[in-house]
Design a protein. Structure first.
Length: 462
């Protein structure tokens, strides 16, 4: 009965979220029009309702309503901004196709775009504080025992203690290590061995049990589960994956069957890939329009300072290991690499004086926005390498080829963190994989923003 009640409470709150998420864009638009004394008409009503409906669809897509109880406030805010950005882009596209944009006040639209996500985040903050106060006062919480005081057990306990609004109160650890019994972790005692947890469950001292034992303890887990069947506690199993390279794995559901997705990326979804492609087309078109005068000046500079073509084409390896020709402004004399290339020799490359300048400022990379527009690259993604180096690195660096699960980029998470040029390739791959595992439009925009301040001029750029 208790498990049903908890599930029902969570379901009710999710539906409450959805209902509120539809209303907030409508009421915020009404408030803005009243504040600026704008005449309210049916087009505003349609836009408000459409904005609310599009937001809950976008929120469902980015995962706002899924596993929300264990999510940090900052992560929730990022998801809200991502969903609102998708909503905003969709509304702009609809207004453009309907040729009806002239009937809306630009001030009203801009203020509405800023106020609505602030209200959506503020409402969730208030609700979280309200639930947290209720549960911190000892009401509506579950008494939890954790089976296994290892890293997984300690992590889950810390999560529950740091987020009292979740409604879980950890009352005890149980572990077979005699050195741990009698100890306390974060004021939580280790009461005894794993075999003693059944007695605590039968006595009604706990409501839920989280099993956090290593996978090798299969027989022990089976025995404990058998013992716990003689009680009414809720039992949950968290597998210890620290012994495997599964720290970035995700749980997915395949027709009701739980599956661990070990090597994957959000961009494996066709919808996510389409959104990123739309992002690339829109942003690269805008950027190319803005930088076209600069590119024209740079082209003249390359031509006047060194004989030969303006552009330099390099064969690089991109998405799915496919080759493409990457464009750069030529910074070296013609045929300087005819005797071969060597990775990690950027400092020793023979550049023209003008070429040295455009390499140090990363201006030689600007033609790659044409690669983005064409579809060979993305604005944000792992930097591509030449085919000869890829064959070498894939044998030397674990998981190296997984950086090709997405399109190569002009800038990336590794680059804005300083891993570029002649720096550690292992660290660069580590940061690339973090980006691939955690991709979102919000992360792309963050990287693009930081590139303006950290990505162009860098001590490792040559």
């Amino acid at each position: 009965m208790q498990q049903t009640r908890i599930h029902t409470d969570r379901s009710n709150i999710v539906w409450f979220h959805r209902f509120t998420d539809v209303l907030i864009p409508i009421f915020s638009l009404v408030a803005i029009t009243q504040l600026f004394s704008e005449q309210w008409h049916d087009r505003y009503l349609i836009m408000g309702i459409l904005g609310g409906l599009l937001f809950i669809f976008s929120a469902q897509f980015v995962g706002i309503y899924v596993n929300w109880r264990g999510r940090s406030l900052f992560s929730s805010f990022k998801l809200i901004l991502s969903a609102w950005l998708l909503t905003w882009v969709s509304l702009i596209a609809i207004a453009f196709l309907a040729k009806d944009a002239q009937n809306f006040s630009r001030i009203i639209i801009v203020e509405w775009a800023l106020l609505t996500p602030a209200l959506l985040m503020g409402y969730r903050l208030i609700l979280r504080l309200f639930l947290g106060n209720i549960r911190a006062s000892g009401k509506n919480h579950s008494r939890v025992a954790i089976l296994g005081a290892g890293q997984i057990g300690l992590n889950i306990a810390e999560t529950f203690q740091s987020n009292p609004w979740l409604g879980y109160k950890v009352v005890a650890f149980f572990d077979d290590n005699p050195e741990l019994q009698g100890e306390k972790f974060g004021k939580i005692p280790v009461l005894g061995s794993t075999l003693e947890i059944a007695n605590a469950a039968k006595n009604g001292d706990i409501d839920e049990v989280f099993i956090c034992l290593p996978l090798r303890a299969e027989q022990q887990i089976k025995h404990i589960l058998t013992e716990l069947t003689d009680s009414t506690v809720i039992v949950k199993f968290i597998p210890d994956l620290f012994n495997f390279d599964l720290m970035h794995a995700k749980w997915v559901d395949v027709n009701g069957i739980p599956v661990i997705s070990v090597f994957d990326t959000p961009l494996s979804s066709k919808t996510s890939a389409l959104l990123k492609r739309i992002e690339d087309i829109i942003l690269s078109s805008i950027i190319l329009t803005l930088i076209s005068p600069i590119m024209f000046v740079l082209a003249i500079g390359v031509k006047l300072t060194s004989p030969g073509p303006v552009f330099y084409k390099q064969t690089r390896i991109g998405w799915n290991g496919k080759e493409f020709s990457m464009l750069k402004f030529r910074s070296m004399p013609v045929d300087v690499e005819k005797s071969g290339v060597q990775w990690g020799s950027a400092k020793n490359k023979t550049n023209t004086k003008f070429g040295q300048f455009i390499r140090a400022t990363s201006l030689d990379e600007l033609p790659q926005f044409l690669n983005v527009l064409k579809g060979d690259m993305s604005i944000v993604g792992p930097r591509p390498e030449r085919d000869v180096f890829v064959e070498q690195f894939r044998k030397e660096i674990p998981r190296y080829m997984q950086k090709h699960m997405v399109k190569a980029g002009i800038t990336g998470w590794a680059q804005i963190n300083g891993w570029r040029g002649d720096t550690s390739l292992e660290k660069r791959v580590e940061f690339d994989l973090h980006y691939i595992n955690n991709w979102s439009i919000w992360l792309d925009l963050k990287i693009i923003f930081l590139t303006v301040f950290k990505g162009f001029i860098n001590k490792n750029a040559y």
